[in-house]
Design a binder for this molecule. Structure first.
Ligand SMILES: O=C(O)C(=O)[C@@H](O)CO
Ligand code: MG
Length: 271
């Protein structure tokens, strides 16, 4: 049976961030993910998780910045990671170390590392070596800390010039980095927009054990997975048949209220 985690950055936005934990638990979620913890003291977030019987299953390393305040502000300033960006290695390393520290407090096993926006005039291919070198260093740190780092192919309509867009490119990076501590975050919304053939890709990649997290949303609106051009009930059954034991993050923007839109989950609730 697929297990769903609420994404508190996109869901429950009717509520202030810290109140979203309680709302997700009231709706029967036992796990959450969200973009970033850096605007908060991680102990405040841990207290919310514990108070509501939730586990944190994923968050992102900082998109850029040196120091917690700069890391917390970087996303709104347009930063989308530094793993593949020349001249940003100090920020990349500081970000990974900060994320690992927060993961310890939050008892979170997975951290998504963003690779960055390809600078104007630069060829994507030319950044691969640097990205591999950075990810090798980061995977080693993650391994020591008992965490798994993830990379996620993201579509270019939502994130123009983002470095990593295709599933095969993510798996090529895994080949090159060659670490058990680096895996793929397979977001089916992005996968459908960039390359399609989603069921075939699930059949190809889930059995490899190299996918450590799945995310879902309708395409193209990025809303509940009961609408749009992807037939999610088929995909959820397939994911189940493929023996997936991991989490599926609900990374969607509810069409008309989070709770009102949760009907799609009914066939997948335990008991
Ligand atoms: O945008 C997505 O999809 C994500 O999973 C984020 O963590 C990164 O933008
Ligand atoms: Mg995603």
């Amino acid at each position: 049976m697929p297990q769903f985690a609420a994404n508190l950055s996109l869901m429950y936005t009717e509520l202030p961030f810290l109140d979203r934990f309680a709302a997700a638990a009231e709706d029967g979620f036992t796990a959450v993910e969200y973009l970033f913890p850096y605007a908060w003291d991680a102990r405040t977030l841990r207290a919310r998780l514990q108070a509501h019987g939730l586990q944190q299953v994923l968050f992102n390393a900082p998109p850029a910045g040196l120091g917690r305040a700069a890391m917390a502000a970087a996303w709104d300033q347009g930063e989308r990671g530094t793993a593949a960006l020349p001249g940003r290695q100090a920020e990349f390393r500081a970000g990974v170390l900060q994320a690992l520290e927060d993961a310890e407090v939050l008892d979170c096993p997975r951290i998504h590392v963003l690779s960055g926006i390809v600078p104007p005039g630069v060829e994507r291919e030319s950044l691969k070596g640097l990205c591999v070198e950075n990810l090798q260093w980061a995977a080693e740190q993650a391994g020591r800390a008992g965490r798994t780092l993830l990379i996620e192919p993201i579509n270019l309509r939502d994130m123009p010039r983002y470095f990593l867009n295709r599933q095969d490119h993510a798996h090529e990076l895994l080949d090159a980095v060659d670490s058990p501590h680096l895996k793929v975050q397979m977001d089916l919304y992005h996968c459908q927009i960039v390359e399609g053939d989603v069921a075939t890709k699930l059949r190809r990649y889930l059995p490899t054990g190299r996918v450590a997290h799945i995310q879902v949303a309708s395409v193209p609106e990025r809303q509940e997975p009961d609408r749009g051009e992807l037939h999610y009930s088929y995909l959820f059954e397939l994911i189940d048949q493929l023996g997936w034991q991991g989490w599926i993050g609900c990374e969607y923007r509810p069409a008309a209220g989070t709770r009102a839109g949760l009907g799609w989950r009914a066939p997948w609730l335990p008991g």
